[in-house]
Design a binder for this molecule. Structure first.
Ligand code: SF4
Length: 413
């Protein structure tokens, strides 16, 4: 099989992996080297269904010995198979880079022969790419869960970001759909990467030229909708992953129906609106000081598909609102629907100089379309509706109905 044919198969096979954001690294070029990685915007592109893809986003192989029911690459799937050699991946990366097609490499893999064998191939690729070919662009490498930690730790010296995919949010889901995957093995690999990151960080504090290890951090991916797991379970899992493993990102991937296995839900479209709500809830965990338990509960285990999670939380906690914009603490400002980190900071800074009225908020760039239902300015309420959850909900409802066939919603406005 020629290289172009392999590329066609293995780039198509990689499209289900969404954890390809390439931010967070800053690698300067070296004399005689090729490429550099900047803090932002490296080789992102967005497909029409809203997924982030990079031009050179490939699997090393799709010839998998596992049989995960939800995956197109499972051993029983009747698809064309292909595998690269490390040299072929290097050739593609360097030549694409030189032609300005890409600024980085996202390399994942199915499990061919064994976890260790596959990880060895990935390690050989990135080691040679950095060492012999002096490629200095961004590399995001998938670590193979269950592979020898020595192989994973060696590979981590050459890449910017590493991820180990958890895929299914519960043990029960793994047992049902991916019986060869074990939660404790996946977590052991993640834990190994976290402790290497910490160890190398400490060494760099002592020795300026100590090597770095996965400088852009670790991420993972969760598939949403392949199992009956509720959003509460998913968000709680993400919260504990951020805390325990200091993950940079958890990516959520709406389950794409690729198999008619009766163990899978019979859906025709991926649950993209749910995926988007999970990203919004995740954002609230990371940047707005919310906890999973505030956003969801056993009585309310799934995110509202019609309203973003912050608005939904505010409507369930109306007793905390409206807040007086001149007095509320910063934490509460952040919790007002429609007020983001930037606006909250602007308000906090501006009110130090003088009391703020409604028009003053507009002048400093605070968007009041949603926020006005939850605030007062100098004691006056500008919501122009009854301060009741049903009335406010009606005002806040997104324009795009939840059942509109999976149109991607915006993040916070
Ligand atoms: S191990 Fe990965 S590539 Fe292989 S079947 Fe499972 S999810 Fe697919």
């Amino acid at each position: 099989m020629d290289l172009a044919e392999k590329l066609k198969i293995l780039s198509a096979a990689a499209k289900y992996d969404v954890s390809c954001s390439s931010s967070g690294s800053n690698r300067q070029n070296i004399p005689g080297g090729v490429g550099n990685a900047a803090y932002s915007g490296i080789c992102h592109s967005w497909t029409d269904d809203g997924r982030c893809v990079s031009l050179l986003k490939i699997l090393f192989t799709n010839d998998c010995c596992y049989n995960c029911a939800y995956c197109v690459n499972r051993i029983t799937s009747d698809i064309p198979r292909a595998s690269f050699t490390p040299e072929e991946v290097i050739e593609l990366t360097i030549s694409f880079y030189r032609r300005n097609y890409i600024e980085g490499l996202f390399l994942s893999s199915a499990i061919y022969r064994s976890e260790d064998y596959t990880m060895e191939q990935l390690l050989r690729t990135v080691k040679k790419l950095r060492g012999e070919y002096k490629f200095n662009g961004y590399i995001h490498l998938k670590a193979i869960p269950g592979a020898d930690l020595k192989l994973i730790s060696e590979a981590g010296k050459y890449v910017d970001r590493m991820s180990v995919n958890i895929e299914l949010p519960s043990d029960r889901g793994l047992k049902l759909l991916a019986p060869r995957k074990k939660k404790e093995i996946i977590l052991k690999s993640m834990g190994g990467i976290t402790s290497y990151i910490d160890q190398y960080k400490e060494e760099r504090k002592l020795f300026k030229h100590a090597p770095s290890f996965v400088p852009a951090g670790q991420s993972t991916q969760l598939i949403v909708g392949a199992t009956p797991d509720c959003d509460l379970r998913i968000i709680k899992l993400s919260e504990s992953l951020y805390r325990s493993f200091n993950l940079k990102r958890v990516y959520y991937s709406a389950y794409v129906p690729v198999s008619d296995d009766p163990k899978l839900p019979s859906i025709t479209n991926p649950p993209l609106v749910r995926e988007n709500r999970l990203y919004q809830a995740d954002w609230l965990l990371r940047f707005y000081g919310f906890s999973a338990g505030e956003l969801l509960s056993e009585n309310n285990p799934n995110l509202d598909l019609e309203l973003d999670p912050k608005a939904s939380w505010a409507l369930r906690n109306l007793h905390l609102f409206p807040i007086e914009i001149n007095k509320a603490d910063y934490r509460m400002l952040l919790r007002v629907p429609g007020i983001g980190v930037k606006s909250a900071k602007r308000i906090a800074a501006a009110r130090r100089v003088g009391s703020l009225g409604y028009e003053d908020l507009k002048k400093i760039g605070v968007v009041l379309k949603r926020a006005r239902y939850f605030i007062t300015c100098r004691g006056k309420y500008y919501g122009e509706t009854a301060f009741r959850p049903d009335f406010l909900r009606q005002k806040l409802l997104d324009k795009v109905p939840a059942d509109s066939g999976g149109e991607q919603l915006t993040m916070f406005t």
